[in-house]
Design a protein. Structure first.
Length: 313
């Protein structure tokens, strides 16, 4: 189960500036729903909870989640809106730009009393991200309450730091998130986020030690870009290298990786989860849209093959 904001992505093709936009490509996503979509591709039963506007836009959210084989548990918020964001894809020397248009979206209007905690916690694992607490004071209060209730109910919590510099500063994010991370079972964090938010330094294995000391998380996964992903299972640090890939669309790859890591964790094998994560991240990078589209059969085949990309006839 995951709680967070699902969004609408509007983008222009590479080489077109947003200032020139005529037609826009439309995709559905959001960090938490992207993670769930990846897990669903691996055959996991997943549920998503979050705020949605009433009417056709809210129904659009639920239909997209159904299509991804994720069970939607929407909380309908009257007179609200769906968060959107615009993407201007670019190649060097420019960087891809993201412009958020999510102020006063449905999730920001939620309050703790609107959450069905019994349904939310009918799960082996509750997945949260550091994006949600940045959206509004209400969202921060809700995330705090969810973690507290999960702990009381004996439900494991995974938390992906997922720092967004356009939502809050690194200093504010670090100060706000660190108390929350004291109570999580599995922490996912990018190497750069660990450095910027929590003052970690050194190579990845040293950073994992520092995160373990600061957060007390039982298991930790740290992504390191082209170097792949590292995971500490409480005793040993494991590593999975990044897979070679031709990049089509970067957005959502980190969420796909998180889904693979969670899949391994759910099987009691974080080390194997790292390898699932790098494969799913590569698949996400190679296709358009935020949410991964693949199948358990394709994943099994790609996990087993030696690297050949010959045409499958």
């Amino acid at each position: 189960m995951a709680f967070g904001e699902s969004m609408l992505r509007l983008s222009v093709p590479t080489g077109t500036r947003l200032a020139q936009m005529g037609a826009l490509d439309v995709h559905f996503g959001g960090a938490e729903s992207n993670v769930l979509a990846a897990l669903a591709c691996l055959g996991r039963r997943c549920g998503w909870m979050g705020g949605v506007p009433e009417g056709e836009i809210g129904r659009y959210v639920t239909r997209q989640l159904h299509t991804a084989n994720v069970t939607p548990l929407p909380i309908v918020v009257p007179d609200s809106r769906l968060g959107t964001y615009y993407v201007e894809f670019a190649v060097p020397p420019r960087s891809t730009q993201v412009i958020y248009d999510r102020a006063h979206s449905a999730i920001t209007q939620l309050t703790p009393d609107l959450i069905d905690y019994t349904t939310l916690l009918d799960t082996r694992l509750l997945h949260l991200t550091g994006i949600t607490p940045a959206l509004s004071p209400n969202c921060l209060t809700i995330v705090r309450e969810m973690i507290a209730q999960a702990r009381a109910a004996g439900v494991a919590v995974s938390f992906d730091v997922n720092f967004r510099g356009k939502l809050w500063s690194a200093e504010t994010a670090g100060q706000t998130l660190l108390p929350l991370l004291q109570e999580v079972d599995l922490l996912l964090c990018g190497k750069r986020d660990a450095e910027a938010l929590f003052g970690c330094t050194g190579d990845v294995e040293v950073i994992i030690e520092q995160l373990a000391d600061q957060t007390h998380a039982q298991q930790i996964a740290v992504t390191a870009g082209d170097a792949g992903v590292y995971g500490w299972d409480g005793a040993t640090v494991h590593h999975a290298p990044a897979r070679p890939v031709t990049i089509i669309d970067r957005i959502g790859a980190g969420d796909a990786l998180a889904g693979g890591v969670l899949h391994g964790w759910l099987d009691g094998d974080l080390a194997q989860g790292l390898h699932y994560g790098t494969l799913l991240a590569a698949l996400a990078l190679s296709q358009h849209g935020d949410m991964l589209v693949t199948s358990s059969a394709e994943i099994t085949q790609l996990m087993a093959q030696s690297g050949s990309t010959d045409i499958q006839r």
